[in-house]
Design a protein around this ligand. Structure first.
Ligand SMILES: Nc1ncnc2c1ncn2[C@@H]1O[C@H](COP(=O)(O)OP(=O)(O)OP(=O)(O)O)[C@@H](O)[C@H]1O
Ligand SMILES: [Mg+2]
Length: 252
């Protein structure tokens, strides 16, 4: 077991590597250090008196591919937002890179430098070109204007969007818009990508290509990837599943 596997009444989540690392693929990134540790994590909403998440304890290892699965309303987005520091838990603790998140005074900085977010509805800024959208997070880092521009172009190339730099979001297909959002998530070379149903607005073929792109980034660049998905086939490919039912982690 991982060295910091901790006691919890029922070890609900799988934090041991799954078959992927049992195979002899030689993927050392599959066995990285613990990047994120949740200790009895909970999120209560006073509005409606909802325990959206209760007593969630698990580890995520550096370089792993993690799928969060569960029915609508089971707490998937709640959990992803806590992992990404977009929201704060009402119970328990989240340790990121060995540091408790709630002790960080630089949460905005941490998010913009270490974490890339991808959402179902892209959230591109409509008045900026594709390249400008990709550059937005770079303003939080120390890039010069020339570096921002070159980097945005390289990232758009990487996601298969050469020649679309000057397109406005309204001139992009859904799949292209999501690729721009992925390039934007990569803007500051994050160690973690969090994706909330990234294929939810796309047809299945386009969705598959978006998932392949994310999985490729995980495999080739060892970027830790956490994806919320309804797709059991996707969940089965992940190194680890965090399966939620009514706010509780259950065995995969
Ligand atoms: N801001 C909020 N205020 C009150 N209740 C909320 C809030 N956000 C979420 N909830 C409740 O928390 C529960 C979990 O919501 P969450 O969005 O995490 O579910 P989900 O698994 O992502 O669902 P879906 O698959 O539909 O996106 C739901 O019952 C929801 O109504
Ligand atoms: Mg959701």
């Amino acid at each position: 077991m991982p060295q910091n596997h901790f006691e919890s009444p029922a070890p609900q989540a799988e934090d041991d590597p799954s078959p992927a690392s049992d195979s002899s693929t030689g993927q050392s990134s599959r066995d990285g250090d613990v990047l994120i540790e949740a200790q009895g994590l909970g999120r209560h909403y006073d509005e409606g008196n909802v325990d959206a998440l209760a007593d969630a304890s698990f580890c995520i290892r550096t370089g792993h591919y993690v799928a969060i699965v569960g029915k609508s309303g089971s707490g998937k987005t709640t959990l992803l937002n806590l992992i990404g520091g977009l929201d704060r838990p009402t119970r328990g603790a989240l340790i990121y890179g060995g540091r408790p998140m709630d002790a960080r005074s630089d949460l905005d900085h941490h998010r913009s430098r270490n974490v890339g977010f991808v959402f179902q509805s892209y959230y591109l800024l409509p008045n900026l070109t594709a390249a400008e959208n990709v550059q937005v997070p770079m303003f939080e880092a120390d890039y010069t204007a020339a570096e921002r521009s070159a980097r945005a172009k390289a990232l758009l190339d990487q996601v298969g969007l050469s020649g679309r730099e000057s397109h406005m979001p309204s001139q992009l297909s859904g799949g292209e818009a999501q690729r721009v959002a992925i390039a934007r998530a990569l803007a500051n070379a994050p160690e973690l990508i969090l994706a909330d149903e990234p294929t939810g607005a796309l047809d299945s073929e386009t969705g598959d290509s978006i998932l392949s792109l994310l999985e490729d980034l995980n495999r080739t660049q060892a970027i830790t990837l956490v994806v919320v998905t309804h797709d059991e086939a996707v969940a089965a490919r992940a190194d680890q599943q965090l399966r939620l039912a009514d706010g509780h982690l259950v065995r995969p």
